[in-house]
Design a protein around this ligand. Structure first.
Ligand code: ADP
Ligand code: MG
Length: 258
């Protein structure tokens, strides 16, 4: 089977007035359909740059990106991108925020509105449809942002530190909910996080990048037992702490440039 995401020799340099920053160099990666992978690595190793490239917002200086076998040349409804900040419009109700993506892509109709209401319910937001963002907690707003991203039915979901601004307890609950929702829908996802425990708990592979220039340093496969356990409980399984320390040590070396 063809992988859903294919990166071939992706290289990106940011050009400034006086110098160029080589953010990513010669990156090759494939992600299978339905897979949930995490990107981790020291700050500045190119994680956000890579997500922007996969989303089609940024064209790489060199190399090719394919999603579903087609080259990615611009953003599309097939690829959902969710950021750390929820970016909900304060003057729109929760439902009106949730259908925004559908509206912008000209896909809002009775059917898709009904499905969005179903998604809000699935993510525990029933009864909040007519509320405004200011009336919701941070965790709830992130769930609305997730519904908005999922409402257009993306094949691929890109998540850039979506949980990092939340309280620990809420973050754990949301990790569970997101992992379960994506698994049920069979959505492929790439998560950027600086939280190694989160990466190991939710994904099937942890991809460690190293900076200057951004390259893949190592890919860790998460054992099946951990992968098939809900994130909240996965942390208590044998093997979790060992894997955490292995990735941690390798990330330290990556940060030092060893
Ligand atoms: P991460 O998300 O892993 O912290 P980024 O992708 O944000 O890394 O950045 C990778 C490298 O590219 C860093 O050296 C950063 O300073 C540089 N960079 C990121 N965005 C820009 C930009 N818009 N202009 C110039 N340099 C940038
Ligand atoms: Mg970043």
């Amino acid at each position: 089977m063809l992988p859903l995401v294919q990166l071939k020799g992706v290289t990106h340099a940011y050009l400034g007035d006086r110098e160029a920053t080589l953010a990513i160099e010669e990156l090759n990666l494939t992600v299978d359909k339905g897979e949930f992978v995490s990107l981790v690595g020291p700050s500045g190793c190119g994680k956000t740059t890579l997500l922007s490239i996969i989303s089609g917002l940024l064209q790489p200086s060199r190399g090719d990106v394919y999603v579903g076998g087609h080259p990615v040349l611009e953003p599309s409804a097939e690829i959902g991108y969710m950021l750390q900040q929820d970016y909900l419009f304060p003057w729109r109700t929760i439902l009106d925020n949730a259908v925004l993506g559908l509206e912008l892509t000209g896909n809002l109709n009775e059917e898709t509105r009904r499905r969005t209401l179903g998604l809000l319910k699935e993510l525990g937001l029933e009864g909040k449809e007519n509320a405004y963002p200011s009336e919701l907690s941070g965790g709830m707003r992130q769930r609305v942002a997730l519904v908005r991203t999922l409402a257009t039915g993306p094949k691929l979901l890109l998540l850039d530190e979506p949980f990092s601004a939340l309280d620990y307890q809420i973050k754990l609950q949301l990790e569970d909910l997101v992992a379960e929702t994506l698994l049920r829908r069979g959505t492929t996802a790439i998560l950027v996080t600086h939280d190694l425990a989160e990466a190991i708990a939710v994904s099937s592979r942890v991809i460690l990048l190293q900076p200057n220039p951004g390259r893949i340093r190592r890919i860790f496969t998460v054992p099946e037992a951990i992968r098939s356990t809900p994130p909240l409980y996965a942390r208590d399984l044998p093997g979790f702490a060992e894997l955490f320390h292995t990735v941690w040590k390798e990330m330290e070396l990556a940060g030092r440039g060893d």
